[in-house]
Design a protein around this ligand. Structure first.
Ligand SMILES: [Zn+2]
Length: 323
């Protein structure tokens, strides 16, 4: 990528906007339109992070790091320069309206494909209310492109967003689709395709955090089907990290107020879910958040627990027994 293209990218992504989109807020104004705030790159207790929106540069007096928006993306997402540039491209590239239209198309398809509804039923998603709440859709494959180009979106916009492949095929084929913040998660119905897929770019913050963050006790699960069955069983204080590895934003959300977090990851045979939960629990305690590990019966995740006849009452006693 040449110098000019990099300069263009930086011009299109003002540093201040990018910081604020990643939960940074200015604390105190300085001369020349500059701002001080807490450093998002390390644990900071008094504002040591200086931002100059006119020059699109930052500098931290705490950790001594500084630079432009690309440097910030490198440090914040802990990636190398080319990946940081790619992330920024994606961040700029996906128009929210494009994702909304794609999600709308997928929602219409859901009710036209009985195999999709049958799959949801088999995974314990049985009420229309849950489907509406989570805006669940279905990607049959093969017709998204036509729909979106008809609406005036260019092929290159679709490709940049990761919705179609380089030769114009739909990227999501036979997948249940859940809209996320700035992304779409697709769960494959076919056993011969990778089960989980996201569009390129960040998976966003914790699922449904707006509704959940005011609860003093929060249940954290790793999959959206876990989320769906817990919701159907009447647990509204549930959120989902879409995987056992939380990104920095999701971790900060869990720590944004005093609360108890019930970590309810899969009790899979190899223990990886439990290991991830242990590690996360320790990190939460270090930030003053109470974390409890919920032990599901061996080989279960919250989804299979409920699908195979578990009841809300039984799950409640697992929560009570959590350590
Ligand atoms: Zn710093």
């Amino acid at each position: 990528m040449n110098r000019q293209a990099l300069d263009e990218l930086k011009q299109q992504i003002p540093l201040m906007g990018y910081l604020q989109a990643h939960d940074w807020s200015p604390a105190r104004p300085l001369s020349g339109g500059r701002w001080m705030g807490l450093c998002p790159l390390h644990e900071d207790h008094k504002p040591s992070f200086l931002v100059d929106p006119n020059k699109d540069l930052f500098y931290c007096y705490g950790c001594g790091r500084g630079g432009d928006v690309i440097r910030f993306a490198e440090l914040y997402h802990q990636v190398k320069f080319p990946q940081a540039v790619a992330l920024l491209h994606q961040w700029r590239g996906v128009e929210p309206s494009l994702l909304l239209e794609a999600a709308r198309f997928y929602r219409i398809q859901l009710h036209r494909h009985s195999e999709a509804v049958a799959y949801l039923y088999q995974r314990g998603v049985r009420s229309l209310a849950t489907i509406e709440l989570m805006r669940i859709g279905y990607a049959p494959g093969g017709c998204l492109r036509g729909w979106l180009t008809q609406l005036g979106y260019s092929m290159s916009a679709l490709y940049q967003a990761g919705l179609v492949t380089g030769i114009g095929y739909d990227a999501y084929v036979r997948r249940i689709v859940f809209p996320l913040e700035g992304n779409l998660y697709g769960r494959s119905l076919s056993a011969d395709a990778p089960p989980h897929r996201f569009l390129p770019g960040a998976k966003g913050g914790l699922y449904g955090w707006e509704q959940v963050h005011r609860y003093p006790e929060v249940i954290l699960v790793e999959g959206l089907f876990d989320y769906a069955v817990l919701w159907e069983a009447g647990f509204q204080n549930v959120t989902c990290s879409m995987g056992t590895h939380l990104n920095a934003r999701q971790f900060r959300q869990l720590c944004d107020a005093p609360r108890t977090v019930y970590l309810t990851f899969d009790a899979d045979g190899n223990g990886s879910g439990q290991q991830a939960a242990q590690c996360l629990s320790q990190n939460l305690w270090e930030r003053g958040i109470t974390a409890r590990l919920v032990s599901l019966p061996q080989g279960h995740d919250p989804n299979s627990f409920f699908v195979q006849g578990g009841e809300a009452r039984q799950f409640r006693s697992l929560l009570e027994a959590a350590q």
